[in-house]
Design a protein around this ligand. Sequence first.
Ligand code: PMM
Length: 421
Amino acid sequence: MSRPDSRPERRAAGAAARPQLWGVLNVTPDSFSDGGRFVDPEAALAQGRRLVAEGASVIDVGGESTRPGAEPVTPEVERERVLPVVAALAAEGIRVSIDTMNASTAAAAVEAGAAIVNDVSGGLADPAMLETVAGLGTPYVIMHWRGPSSTWDAVSEYGWAPQDVTTELMGRWHAALAAGVQPERLWVDPGLGFAKRAEHNWQLLADLGTLRSIGARVLLGASRKRFLGALLPEGSAVEERDLLTAVVSALAAGHVDALRVHDVRASARALDVRQSIAAAAETAPAYRASYVASPPVDTRARGDRITLTGLRAYAHHGVFDHERRDGQEFVIDVVAHLDLRGAAAYDELASTVHYGVLAEEVVAAVESDPVDLIETVAERVAGVVLRHGAVWQTEVTVHKPQAPITVPFADVSVTIVRGRS
Ligand code: PMM
């Protein structure tokens, strides 16, 4: 029985929206935080019910530990572990996500009643996964992945992690579309802790807006991960990370559509606090900008923005050899939408974006590594603009006035619009 998900999935609408909570249910003997506790299907079912009662709208069932050093399991063993649990939860009307890298397990779990496929490899571990998911018709979570944990030491280098992760996820997003997965079914996840050192995880949390620019719904899995544990005294129990996880849930809530957590109750309470603050912010007088929650007045309608036009950069982008060799001029226009009331009220540069700095950042981004397409250049520039936390949307136009076009022409350009939510 295949059960394509027919419910309309809503994107979180702005900072005040409340993300879903996905409860983690690892049916494994060796997961790092809950290994062994829910191997018995009865215990797993009871835990699933408990997580739903505490506020989970999805239970994410996994049968293979991704912990560094964990023994890989065959798809057969994985299925033996997860299928009874998936079937039992689904039979109670609980929405189940199957956490697997194996296409055969994904298909069997959906047959057993799972409604979502969560693939930590984003389709890279099993070449059959993307086509299988396209056929299943369920939502599909593409997590950022650079290979199994045995390779992480060699592949954990990033420039600005949010930018690199977004670019790589965008590649997987295109691959999923090419395989026939409908765009509205796609989720992305930055893969906290997967081939990432602590600083990369913090960077990703500091700049979830860049991930947002893909336009897919965002799932975030910070729960109980090692980078949180590093803030606790040595020897602390793994459950002590639940408080830190809940704080992350509250802080990230405005930028994500779902949070994957072990302790659903703690994150639900944290979201309650955040929602109460956001509700109060809605009632604030319009002239007071809120730095805690969403601006009380929708500044988008008013159209506050900073505009930079005609930025000139010399770079070597293009598909022709002579373009790569000789380079040419690119001209960039950038519009950055942000709430400027705070800056005006306090006459304070720190409350806005320094346009001189932004101009230099844009030109540096354009003049870095050569690529074929001005579409790619525009995407890169949008990422740079959205790195400024105050900017909620940007329009970027890249002109190539000396493009290799054989008829007389004035200009050719690409314009993209990217935003946070
Ligand atoms: N993390 C783990 C397992 N599955 N799936 C998604 N989409 N995102 C994650 O961050 C993620 C995941 C590892 O954590 P666990 O061992 O506690 O399940």
